[in-house]
Design a protein around this ligand. Sequence first.
Ligand code: ZN
Length: 509
Amino acid sequence: MRKWLIVLVSTVLSLSLSFPAVANEKEGPRPEQTLYKADVHIDPKKKQVEGSVEIQFWPKDASHAYVHVYPLAFTKEHKGELWDELLGKEVELGTYDENRILVQGKPVAVKRTGNVIEVPLSEEQSRPIVLSMDFTMTLPQNEGRMSYDEHAIWLGNWLPILAVKDQRGWHLDPYEPIGDPFFSENADYQVNVTLPDGYQLASTATDQAAIVDHSTPGQREFQLDAINVRDFALVIMDSTYHFKETKVGNTEVRTWYRNGDSEEQASRNHTAAVEALQYFNSQFETYPYTEYDVVRVGGSINGMEYPSIVFLDGRHYLPNGDNAFVTVVHETAHQWFYSLIGNNQVDEAWLDEGFAEYATLAFLAAKYPKVGADRVLRRLKQGTITPYYVQEHLRPGQTLHAFPDNESYSDLVYSRTSSMLWMLREAWGEERLHEVLRHYVSTNRFGIANAASWKATLSEAAGEDAGAFLSYWINLDMSKQEEAAIWLEKLRQNQKNHGHPMEKEKAEK
Ligand SMILES: [Zn+2]
C-alpha cells in the first residue's frame, strides 16, 4: 500500500499496491493447509457485517494460538500525523463484538491484547484444531482499507486471521499507520456472503465461479472459494458499478468502476492490469489464479494489494489520472511479490514493496521506455540519499514503526531496494536478473521468503556470497560499501566476459 500524499510529495509519478485466487493443481496435496470457513451477512444500509468464522488448522504451538482481528483497530481513536494520513481526519469509529469462541466445539477463555486474541489449546485436543467465532461489526468510516461510501463497502484485512509463528517466534504486531502491517500464511477459504438483491461483489475468490443461492426472497448468497491464498478481501458494490473484462492466459482480469468515473481512465487502468499481468507472466512465473480484480473503492488508500484483488481509490478514475496507470502496474506486481511469495511485511517490507517496485520499473522500461526512464531516475536518486539516512540510523531492513514518516519509508523501502535490483540489472543484464528472480519466485511460491532466502538465491546465482552487497544496500552498513561495489563490479565483469556466474569462472581456471 502507499498513501497518495507521499506520491504527490515525492514526485511526478507514483506508487501503490494489490490482487484473487485458485491454486495450481500442480502443487499436489497440501495436507496441513489451514482452512477458513466463513458465513457472513452484510447489510449495506446499516454498514453491518455479521457472521461466523471457523478456522481449521494444525497448531504450531501445543498450548495456544493467536488470531489477528484487525477491525478491532478501528474501534478506538488513534492520534498522530501518520494515522491522519492513513485514515483521514474525519473518522467515525466502528464496533466489533466477537463472542462464542469455541475450540473443538467447547467454549474457551481467551485473552485479548490490542487486536490479537490468544486462544488456549491443549495437547489432548485432536488435530486439526477447529476454532470458531461469531462476530458482529459496524464498519468504521475512514479513508483506509476497510470502510464504505455511498456505493461500496470495501473489506481489507477484515476476517480473523491466524498469526504466524516461525523460527523467530510469534508475530503479533499491532496495526501500524505506516506500510502494510501484515504477515500471513497461505490457506484455503470458503466464504459465504449473503447480500440484499441489487448488490454485486468482487473478492479474492474466482467470483465468476461462485454458486449463487436465490432461495431466500430479497437476498442472494454467494458461495466463494479461494484456494491457497494469503488473505481474503472483499468489495460489495451497488448497481452503479460495471466492469471491463479481458482474459490473460488462464486469468480473467476484471476492472471495476462506477457511474461518474471516467470511462476512458477505467479503460486505461484495465489496460495497465492486462499488460502488467501479461508481462509479469512472461518474466516471472505464470500467475496461478484464475481471476484478478482491480476494484475502485472510496477513501484515499491510493492502491492496496490483496490476493487476486486490488483496491484503487476514486482519484485513479478521474479523467487523466496520470498516476493511475503506474499504480495499477505496481499493485499487479504485488500479485507476485506479496501474494505469490509472502513475507513479513512488518519487519521486511522491502521484500514486497521493493521487489514490486523493481518489477514496475522493469515493466515500464520494456513497454513505456520514456515513463520508465523517468521513474528509474527518480528511484535511483531517492534510493541513494545515503548520508542522511546513515546519520538517522534508518535503513530498508527495519521494522515499520522505526520509520518516522512516509517519506523515509518510501525512499528506503521502495527506492533503495528497487535501486539495488536496478544495479544488479545493470551488472547482469535484464535477462539474467529476471532468470534469477524467476528462480526466487518458483522456490518460494505460496510460501514465505525472508532476507535469508533472497541472500541465498543471490549468492548462489552470483557464485559468491552476497552478504556485503546486501548489508550495504538493505542495512545501510557503510563499512560494506566498498566490498559491495567490488562484488558488483566482479558480477559485471563476469557477465561481460563469460555470461555466467563467478563460480563457473573460478571452476574454469
Ligand atoms: Zn506496494
